[in-house]
Design a protein around this ligand. Sequence first.
Ligand SMILES: Nc1ncnc2c1ncn2[C@@H]1O[C@H](COP(=O)(O)OP(=O)(O)O)[C@@H](O)[C@H]1O
Ligand SMILES: [Mg+2]
Length: 256
Amino acid sequence: MSSYLPVQHAPKTLIHVKDLHKSFNGNHVLRGISLDVHEKEVMCIIGISGCGKSTLLRCISGLETSDAGEIHLEDDNFTMVFQYSALFDSLSVYENVGFSLLEEPDESTGTTRRFQNLPEAEVRRIVEEKLRLVGLDGIEDKFPNELSGGMQKRVSFARAIVSDPKIILYDEPTAGLDPIASTVIEDYILKLRDELEAASVVVTHQHSTIHRAADRICLLHEGRVQWIGTPQELERTDNPYARQFANASLEGPLTD
Ligand SMILES: Nc1ncnc2c1ncn2[C@@H]1O[C@H](COP(=O)(O)OP(=O)(O)O)[C@@H](O)[C@H]1O
Ligand SMILES: [Mg+2]
């Protein structure tokens, strides 16, 4: 008798961070962070305000240079979604999303050029496809100030994924949104994980995001990873840092 077992492939690690250090003028913010994030995984980074979450994200993206340690991205097609949508108010949704694909004037020759030499129709097709992915088809001609905060956020997602990135870094994607708009955003984070098979890192301090969107959670405190695990493990752990965070308690080791 023969039996067929499905072959289990180990998930590919797309982000490796090892013993990362970063100081600002003697303020030693990251004190040896090690972290791996796999394809098709949403890793939420949590911790109190000022603990270095954005700094870690900026180091991973290369916006900030680290002082010591290693960062290795398996795929150089990565993108960052900033804390505020950072859309250009004077550009339409189409121009915002297609920004990196559209022409820009070349002052030296007085002509225009396209970053990727894509025909206009192809840019339009890509923009429409990305807007559809975040549930916003048909709003190409609107301007950012005509959209709700949650819709602006989704436009910023569409812009971030024009190149089909394999690594997506989100800084507080639900900041300033009401609970319903937050839920919509959390579900799109999962949708992009599945559609692009991307490794996602989501900085957040919102419990809803952790419970709805996280595959794993990494808790930073005093520059170190204090706890790492799944949302189910967060409910059961007796790690005092994780317990305090899970219960949003004032009593515990998480203090400024
Ligand atoms: N460019 C910078 N220059 C100086 N200090 C900074 C800079 N960026 C962040 N910091 C400091 O690093 C610490 C961590 O900041 P940040 O990573 O923004 O925290 P979080 O995102 O967890 O709230 C804070 O004390 C902050 O003031
Ligand atoms: Mg931050």
